[in-house]
Design a protein around this ligand. Structure first.
Ligand code: GLN
Length: 468
């Protein structure tokens, strides 16, 4: 059932929000626990659901998400609720205020039933870097659900909450969506507020959405999008009704670009085959398929893994053991060093070291500045491509969900899984992953669609035709 239909049922008293929220909390505590999808389950959510039911009974106004249970990634602040960022360093951190995206969904009556597990500070692609243990893939529990929004993807695919907010800095919504077989969307950079999001790489971070259908994602995005006075990087751009766009769902006459660079070495054969079938389907529905080339695509990953750690290393400077973090010593310096040494997970340290190196005197020109220049060139090439085509499509990830432990000892192999997703973050474009089939073992395969900045409507229209 679509989220909008559930809301209508709650509003017409056919369904009680309290009962629905109770069921989802129960599921979070049983199946969610088995999948290690949550860092915190919020049982008090039942009170909020009861309040929605009361308002409806009293004939008071309720919003477009009235009484709908949902989940939020643990890097997004929720006032009064523990927000760990998936790191032991913040294991006791209670968020003093809520992120704008949280306020927006709550203002519409959404009920947050839990905070989802993730890689620490969103650094990772499988969920295995989490300070709370890996989340498991509901399709096959011996496999990862992808990352860094691992718990969000696991919860969404397991039907815990009707939608889930995640974050996508280099693919952390789309890649896990592809591994669990659900829909995962990242908006244009600056479309959704980052206020109250624990920063990873500030010029890349976006808040995205997981849900069962393109319709549901579009429905929630209509609520999230818009200018936020508390985030100077958001744009004062009109917010269309994305749900209406998703329902139009026609690709007739659209030009769909297929970059040859997306189909080079390293792509799993079964993934290639299913993605090609998805492209054929678009053609059958009246889209024109255009072979294109974006020459800088293959080095996007290298650029990403210089610039992102650089921004990370600056953002992580705030964890000094005074403002945030555990107190392990009375001495300021010792407290800072011991706290970080003891409680930052290995991947957190790795990123800080790489980033600090890339920014250090003598190396900043060779690494950081060069990468920043290539990012600008790639953005130009992608912008040019969109003069000719409406969308760029291809695989979301080069493989299906790996087994737990399969790549966790090899950071480079892990980073390679982001090869197709980082482009959208480097260039600020919106992108979505939808399931386009399964491989011979029944594991989901994701199909990625990217459009030009602020062309979410077109993105949803196309995506609607690709779900399988
Ligand atoms: N896997 C990517 C990384 O580890 C993406 C992370 C993200 O989008 N948060 O950097």
């Amino acid at each position: 059932m679509l989220i909008s239909e559930v809301v209508n049922k709650i509003k017409s008293k056919e369904l009680s929000s309290e009962q629905l929220v109770r069921e989802h909390i129960e599921k979070a505590k049983t199946l969610g626990k088995e999948l290690n999808a949550f860092t915190t389950v919020i049982e008090e959510a039942i009170e909020k659901a009861r309040e929605i039911d009361r308002k409806i009974a009293a004939g008071e106004e309720v919003g477009t998400l009235a009484g709908v249970p949902c989940t939020v990634k643990d890097v997004i602040m929720t006032e009064g609720v523990r927000t760990t960022a998936g790191s032991q360093y913040l294991k006791d951190f209670i968020a003093p205020y809520s992120a704008t995206v949280v306020k927006k969904i709550e203002a519409e009556g959404a009920i947050i039933i839990g905070k989802t597990n993730c890689d620490p500070f969103a650094f990772g692609g499988s969920g295995e870097n989490s300070g709370y243990g890996p989340a498991l893939n509901p399709v096959d529990k011996s496999r990862v659900p992808g990352g860094s929004s691992s718990g969000a993807a696991a919860a969404a695919a397991a039907g815990i909450g009707l939608f889930s907010l995640g974050t996508d800095t280099g693919g952390s919504v789309r890649e896990p969506a592809s591994f669990v077989g659900t829909v995962g969307f990242k908006p244009t950079y600056g479309r959704n507020s980052r206020y109250g999001l624990i920063a990873m790489a500030s010029s890349f971070d976006t808040v995205g959405i997981f849900a069962d259908s393109v319709n549901d994602v579009a429905y929630v995005e209509t609520i999230l999008a818009g200018k936020d006075p508390l985030d100077a990087t958001t744009y004062d751009h009109p917010v269309p009704d994305y749900t209406a766009a998703a329902q139009k769902s026609s690709v007739k006459g659209m030009r769909i670009g297929v970059p040859k660079e997306y189909f080079a070495e390293g792509l799993d054969d079964e993934v290639r085959e299913k993605v090609q079938t998805a492209i054929e389907n678009l053609k059958e529905q009246g889209a024109e398929i255009v072979d294109i080339s974006i020459p800088l695509l293959p080095i996007g990953l290298a650029v990403y893994y210089v610039l992102v750690p650089a921004e990370i290393s600056s953002n992580m400077a705030r964890y000094d053991g005074v403002r945030f973090g555990p107190k392990v010593s009375e001495d300021y310096h010792e407290n800072m060093m011991k706290g970080r040494g003891q409680f930052f997970e290995p991947e957190v340290k790795r990123r800080i070291m790489i980033g600090t190196y890339a920014l250090s005197a003598g190396y900043a020109d060779a690494f950081y500045k060069t990468a920043a220049k290539v990012r600008a060139k790639l953005t130009q090439q992608v912008t040019d491509a969109f003069k000719d085509v409406d969308a760029v499509v291809g695989p979301t990830a080069p493989c299906v969900a790996p087994k737990i432990g399969e790549k966790s000892d090899d950071p480079l192999a892990m980073y390679l899984m982001d090869i197709y997703t980082v482009t959208a973050n480097l260039t600020g474009c919106p992108a979505i992953s939808v399931k386009c089939g399964t491989n011979s073992e029944g594991l989901p395969i994701g199909f990625q669609i990217m459009t030009n900045r602020f062309e979410e409507e077109k993105l949803f229209m196309i995506a609607q035709n690709c779900t399988n």
